[in-house]
Design a protein around this ligand. Structure first.
Ligand SMILES: Cc1cc2nc3c(=O)[nH]c(=O)nc-3n(C[C@H](O)[C@H](O)[C@H](O)COP(=O)(O)OP(=O)(O)OC[C@H]3O[C@@H](n4cnc5c(N)ncnc54)[C@H](O)[C@@H]3O)c2cc1C
Length: 421
């Protein structure tokens, strides 16, 4: 009888067994081995999945916001409500009083109103007025309201009013533990973005329109938010200025908007680009009295019944205006998002620091706030991004959104804000 020497694994005893028995023992050992391996792999995968789930659930970042303008304050609320932020630090160079006493008006369109309402902004508890689904208020009132919301947030917010974001703040941010996002909302004249090392270059997008603006401060009037007034298809007769421009020549006329509070009245005149004689004259001829008169007549003809007329002498002394038509452009910062690997810090730019018109349309705060509509998603993406690929994907997402926004504003912004009723 052929046989072989087997070793009993449990006892270590050598014994003789036939080849059939030997083969079956070998195969059962192999099965045991496979089962053990499967068990270990499954265990590892389960532990990893649970660990990843816990890590994802608890992953948090710190958000630093520069600027407590309407955009910066909204960014704080979005960040705190994203569920992904452990702490927010807010830098604002001016003190609280200066902030809440800012006088000029801001106007929210229906889309922005809906966005802010979702964040908990209760417009019915804010001084201001509604007109055609838009809400008009004083900038200081909105900022004061948002500050009161921020004080009640469950996420800790370190509010540093009267504290300019400078070199020291950059060092402090770099030393913060964990991943950090800096949201720069330092306005059209802010310098923080340059300090952070982002390019100061702006791309200029023509909006295919010409425009002019006028502003008048009437110190004797109270600071009451007022709805805007829009008038379409205006033509002007310039014969009194020695111009032989024939009036209605088939081209679309000017769109006029009167907006601002009862104290700070603004007017914008916009016309789609054309080579009509009227447009050419108003673009080329520099005649201050002609422009002043156009704005004066526009205001007195189309103001609301409750608005006081502007006298010639008031316009002469106190009205500031563009001396001729200029091309309307949207200025878009070339670099609006970046990542610094050494300090694990993301930087994005929002509000007027990222994009703004070279004309006032009375709905400009919306252009600034638009970028925040994906901020929560972006925060979530960067909080969870571990690999280089995931980080790049998050950066691409934000930068594409910025480009898309810019395209939409160039295509539809002026039309929605000025050229239609
Ligand atoms: C005269 C005027 C009239 C306007 N009228 C209207 C209107 O009728 N309707 C409308 O919708 N919009 C209007 N706007 C536009 C509107 O005010 C802006 O769109 C809006 O304020 C932009 O918000 P923001 O937060 O991007 O910038 P800002 O409001 O400019 O806020 C930027 C903030 O950053 C702070 N800051 C800057 N640098 C630093 C730093 N290094 N550290 C810390 N803080 C810093 C500044 O102090 C400021 O508080 C008007 C603007 C002006 C100037």
């Amino acid at each position: 009888m052929s046989g072989s020497l087997c070793v009993n694994m449990s006892t270590g005893m050598k014994m003789k067994c036939d080849s059939q028995e030997y083969a079956s023992m070998q195969s059962s050992l192999a099965v045991q081995h496979i089962l053990l391996t499967v068990l270990m792999v499954t265990g590892f995968l389960c532990t990893k999945t649970i660990y990843d789930k816990i890590r994802r659930r608890h992953a948090r970042i710190t958000v630093v916001v520069i600027g407590a303008g309407p955009v910066g304050l909204t960014a704080v609320v979005v960040a705190a409500r994203s569920g992904r932020v452990a702490r927010v630090v807010l830098y604002e160079e001016v003190c609280r009083n200066a902030l809440v006493n800012k006088q000029h008006q801001i106007a929210f369109d229906a889309k922005t109103v809906a966005f802010l309402q979702k964040l908990g902004v209760d417009f019915d508890n804010m001084e201001g007025c509604w007109d055609k689904s838009c809400f008009f208020t004083r900038i200081g009132i909105f900022q004061e309201y948002l500050l009161s919301v921020i004080y009640r947030l469950s996420v800790p917010v370190d509010i540093r009013l009267g504290c300019k974001f400078g070199q020291e703040s950059i060092k402090e941010t770099e030393n913060m533990p964990g991943r950090c996002l800096i949201v720069a909302c330092d306005g059209a004249n802010g310098q923080a973005v340059r300090l952070l090392g982002l390019s100061d270059e702006f791309e200029q997008h023509s909006c295919n329109a010409y425009g002019a603006v006028a502003a008048l401060e009437r110190m004797d009037q109270p600071q009451v938010p007022l709805p805007e007034r829009r008038v379409q298809n205006l033509h002007f007769d310039l014969a009194a200025y020695g111009s032989d421009v024939v009036e209605v020549d088939g081209h679309q006329g000017f769109s006029l908007k009167i907006f601002g509070s009862s104290r700070n009245r603004y007017m914008s005149l916009v016309i789609p680009k054309s080579e009509s004689p009227l447009v050419k004259t108003l673009r080329v001829v520099l005649d201050r009295s002609m422009m002043r008169n156009i704005f004066l007549k526009c205001f007195n003809t189309y103001k609301s019944a409750t608005d006081n007329t502007i006298s010639d002498s008031l316009a002469l002394k106190h009205m500031k205006f563009s001396p001729r038509l200029f091309e309307i452009k949207l200025l878009q910062r070339v670099e609006t998002v970046t990542y610094y690997q050494e300090s694990d810090t993301f930087v994005i730019i929002e509000g007027e620091s990222a994009r703004c018109y070279n004309i006032q349309t009375g709905l400009d705060v919306n252009v600034g706030l638009n970028g925040l509509m994906v901020l929560s998603t972006f925060i979530s993406n960067i909080t969870l991004a571990r690999s280089e690929h995931a980080i790049n994907k998050a950066l691409m997402f934000k930068s594409k959104q910025s480009e898309q926004l810019c395209k939409e504003i160039v295509q539809n912004g002026l039309h929605n804000y000025m050229l239609s009723n």
